[in-house]
Design a protein around this ligand. Sequence first.
Ligand SMILES: CC(C)(COP(=O)(O)OP(=O)(O)OC[C@H]1O[C@@H](n2cnc3c(N)ncnc32)[C@H](O)[C@@H]1OP(=O)(O)O)[C@@H](O)C(=O)NCCC(=O)NCCS
Length: 443
Amino acid sequence: MLLERSNTTTVYNLDDNLILRFATLDDIEPLAQFNGRIHGDDGKFNPYIAQWTREFTSPTHPTCGPGNVTIVEDTRTGHIVSSMCSIPQTWTYDGVPFLVGRPEAVGTDPAYRRRGLIRAQFDVFHAKGDAEGQLAQGITGIPWYYRQFGYEYAIDLDGGRCVYPSLVSPLQADETEAYRFRLATPDDLPLVMELYDRDCARSSVACPRSAAEWTRIAFEVAPQSAGYHALHIIETSDGHAVGVIRTSRTLSWRGMFPVRIFAVIEGQSLRALLPAALRWLKSEAELVAAAHEKPLPTLHFELGEQHPVFEAAPELFHKITPSYAWYVRVPDVPRFINTIAPVLEARLARSSLAGYGGEMKVSECVRGFKLIVEAGKIRSEPWTPDDHDNVMFPPYTFNQLLFGRRSLSDLRYMFPDCGVEPEFEPVLETLFPRRPSHVLPMA
Ligand SMILES: CC(C)(COP(=O)(O)OP(=O)(O)OC[C@H]1O[C@@H](n2cnc3c(N)ncnc32)[C@H](O)[C@@H]1OP(=O)(O)O)[C@@H](O)C(=O)NCCC(=O)NCCS
């Protein structure tokens, strides 16, 4: 790949009259049309993706904009033939912030596929992410594909519980609804933020949001955009706000009507509220299904493996949906571990291993690192694997342990080539317990 640079832009010359470059303002509408077509459902143009493309490519997007969108152009026609973006954002690991790049809208025109155009764009974004201090990249993508670029399924995604709308109890003739639901307004943001932040605290990995970001996604993004958050306030019949629900204007990739936030103030019974919420969600799902000419979808509480509402009324949920997962790439594991060291030190200090000291050599087969514990302090250094490792993981599967998706014993059960010397087993189990996450990313 030959690199040419000018003052304003970077262009990579690929084979066959193809160039790879960052987007410009002139690309916004052609790219919206391209993405709407490439990411269409059943061959149909997807206007929600097109609108979202205009928004994330716009210079007004808080973190993305044209400088985080790549395009491959066929210079013979001037047409876009492949594109992706990477949306910069900050996530937290048990409260410790770290920079993340979120690749999205990854697509190539069918006539140009399997020629390495996406691989080339990932190379560009990975180098850019390193230069900008990103400690990880995370993508919610098609099965297996992104493993080729150093990604591993590492954080739960989109799992939860289903409710069949035909089984939702109607309001009885002698009952009146005790709760009502309305679109959130900017005045509701303090409540939305308080409840969202409380939800984030339950999640090992989370994506915190500022008031400006809430304003953007709930009130400035077009409702006909894939980036829109349909935020509703739950009120008692006398108008007292008691909770927040986030739904969607489209069906999820599972073909269901998703509920992505469901949170109430302290003292509000989730059990008391749920029947009214289910009736309202069913009516919202009917509207969305009608707008998309689809049959009435299942209600999907996409809230992860654990959520207070599942404990409050387990009998009202009809099916558990196993999680898919975020693919996560951690380019520099020692750097990541050193960033989250205070979290690991706290886990160790409050465990039965408090006071432990030692050094373990961890091989990920294609790369390795040392984990050193000294006087309660933890640090990590790069290490090139040789025959003297203490712990071994198949490539990148350590990410599952690092982000709490699977325990060490889960990994040993899944992978015969995951091995640990007995002395280090309790150390790893203590430092990296299984701890589910529910990440609502910036889009
Ligand atoms: C998936 C998609 C983006 C791949 O684009 P592409 O330009 O063909 O990708 P690349 O050629 O750069 O792929 C890199 C490697 O993966 C291989 N590959 C391509 N598509 C693949 C697939 N669906 N499954 C497995 N491997 C695939 C390529 O052969 C290439 O291998 P190589 O580098 O060893 O030769 C493209 O098929 C597409 O646009 N699909 C529709 C939209 C979509 O699903 N996007 C992903 C949303 S998460």
